[in-house]
Design a protein around this ligand. Structure first.
Ligand code: SF4
Length: 315
């Protein structure tokens, strides 16, 4: 881990002690440090974040969404027993950080199963990656009862750019959702996906200040990728250079920036930083999101340990 990043992470955690309830900060810190220490000491990749595609359903239609439009209409949700037994296996492998992605994981039909998993595993961290629509429009005070849940809110630029990509009204939903979560003292991060259209805008001090003013002190940068090859992807080298330059320039700002584009915060080598496992509703395991990479195994046929052992030198 780069020492400046370590300082940034330290500042972020200190700030989080003020912004979030103590027991929440404790859970997140404990699980993050476990992951970091595990990797630092082994010097190897650990597959230590498990991301569930809990549903493919979503009412929005963002440009370049990697879930096909027809699939986004299906209201199927991940099976409760499958979710719990998978977490049990993953826990044994030392995995303490879990993601609920989609589709949109925060919706009337998908919330119960994820809350159940979070309450059954109070010492593990669960992060929703959300478009903020449900949070903005509904009473979500129940989230106060889940100190081990945090939120990634998808925002891809100032209002004009964001809504051009994610649909009219998306920006307002995210800002409203963020305010609500902040009032409830819930941990949240801006989740910014970088593509050709927004790279110069989002990697600007103006945008960073914009996020800081709205209470975000953690930014997760992601790379836009799409199998359609529609020309919106920023070439890796350009992305890496610009992101690194920006992060170095803004290192002193009170924000923690994390990204696997440049290597996760505890591993700066982008070629060797992939520490996530993605899991489809049907049990298919991948190291990229749905349909973005080869299936490395199916959990209905093999254990997670066997799949990882078959595919990686170490895990
Ligand atoms: S909010 Fe997410 S799942 Fe829904 S259309 Fe947009 S990118 Fe796709």
């Amino acid at each position: 881990m780069h020492h400046k990043q370590l300082i940034g992470l330290g500042k972020f955690f200190l700030k989080s002690l003020k912004d979030y309830p103590l027991h929440s900060s404790y859970i997140f810190m404990k699980n993050y440090s476990h992951t970091a220490i595990r990797r630092l000491f082994s010097g190897k990749i650990s597959h230590d974040v498990l991301v569930f595609e809990v549903t493919y359903h979503c009412t929005k239609n963002c440009r370049g969404c990697y879930i096909p439009k027809e699939k986004r209409k299906e209201k199927t949700v991940i099976d409760e027993k499958f979710l719990l037994s998978t977490i049990k296996q993953a826990k044994k492998l030392g995995i303490r950080n879990y993601g609920f992605f989609g589709g949109e994981p925060i919706s009337e039909h998908a919330i119960p199963v994820s809350l159940m998993a979070a309450s059954e595993n109070p010492n593990l961290t669960f992060i929703y990656c959300t478009n903020g629509e449900y949070v903005a429009a509904n009473d979500v005070s129940f989230f106060k009862n889940y100190p081990n849940i945090a939120f990634f809110l998808s925002i891809d630029g100032f209002e004009g750019t964001n809504d051009n990509i994610r649909g009219k009204g998306s920006y307002s939903s995210i800002i409203e959702a963020s305010k609500k979560l902040k009032d409830m003292r819930r941990a949240q991060s801006a989740f910014v996906t970088i593509r050709k259209e927004n790279i110069d805008e989002v990697l600007s001090e103006d945008f960073l200040n914009h996020l800081l003013e709205r209470g975000f002190n953690y930014i997760q940068w992601a790379k836009y990728e799409n199998n359609a090859n529609n020309g919106e992807e920023v070439p890796n080298e350009e992305l890496h250079t610009k992101l690194k330059g920006f992060r170095d320039k803004t290192m002193k700002m009170p924000v923690f920036q994390n990204s696997d584009i440049m290597g996760e915060f505890f591993c700066l080598d982008p070629e060797n930083s992939q520490n996530k496992i993605y899991l489809s509703i049907n049990g298919d395991m991948r190291i990229e999101r749905e349909d973005m990479s080869e299936i490395i195994g199916n959990l209905n046929e093999k254990t997670m340990k066997d799949i990882l052992d078959d595919n990686f030198e170490y895990s």
